[in-house]
Design a protein around this ligand. Sequence first.
Ligand code: UD1
Length: 337
Amino acid sequence: MKILVTGGTGYIGSHTVVELQQEGFEVVIADNLSNSNIGVLDGIEQITGNRPLFELVDLTDATATRDLFSRHDDTRAIIHFAALKAVGESVEKPLEYYANNLNSLINVLVGARACQVPGLVFSSSCTVYGQAETLPVTENTPRRAAESPYGNTKMMCEDILKDVARVDPSLNVIALRYFNPIGAHPSARIGELPVGVPNNLIPYLTQVAAGIREELRVFGDDYNTPDGSAIRDYIDVVDLARAHVVAIQRLLEGKNTRNHEYFNIGTGRGLSVLEIIRAFERATGVKVNYRIVPRRPGDIEKVWADTTLANETLGWKATTPIEETLRDAWRWQQASR
Ligand code: UD1
């Protein structure tokens, strides 16, 4: 059964391709390699013994995307990861973010409808909740106006999907709202490959631990949290990848109760930045040089997921202990030097 994975050479995409192949799905990756490299295919092949088909396509190009779908008109489901994702950069380059993230989804939807693809899984984000008043957040927690163009593209894409699903009952959509994906495949063959200075906590932390960067700046210790640092729900990337497989299975087996559904994909547990540093040191035995600095503009104080719906409806649960996830991140950092 053929699954089209856009952005499949990216961080979450590549881990999902591995899990799909291990479940016996035939995968076609479409990616423009703007934030990933072709060597990821070697890593996937080393893990699964199977090299996925690769299509170099810019999904903002309507003609190229239409041609992609005509070459793969037997696609049974799509996982749409391809998107720009740096929050800070999106503030500097809003048009680039809107043009890329919205047009690529629109072109993929046109292709999906032309080929009557019945299922689509979309990469959404907990960013749609902003700073919620009540924690943990459920799927019914009201969405809040986005803090960044990046966050706004996630909201707008969710809305585009809802409107399209409403008029096309044969198209079934699941939007997965990821919390903070971290870690790497335990084989250390694939992982996160940040270009330049990492924005996110874990790649920055592992680069400091490896001596590539001098110190980790902890953004704020004056939040209203037990130790003053900000709290997030860190989800292992392999657990997250598996959530996509069960979402795809739900769509292909017609088990979805509505033709557009949302699920929170997190662990249900919030950890502070300082707790993460301590857990990393415990897990690896490596000390992290860090310094408290002022808050990062645009950051929220705390968020974690209520994952009851995903646990009960998808039959999915995050299972990897945080220490193991951080050890995998460290192994990947050492392997990719
Ligand atoms: C943000 C977005 C998320 C997006 C992700 C991808 C929001 C609310 N979240 O996550 O939707 O998918 O980026 O880029 O918009 N930190 C430090 N020092 C660092 C880096 C981070 O202390 O050098 C702290 C941050 O202040 C934060 C936590 O670590 O409290 C996690 O930060 P990060 O990994 O950047 O993810 P988010 O900002 O939560």
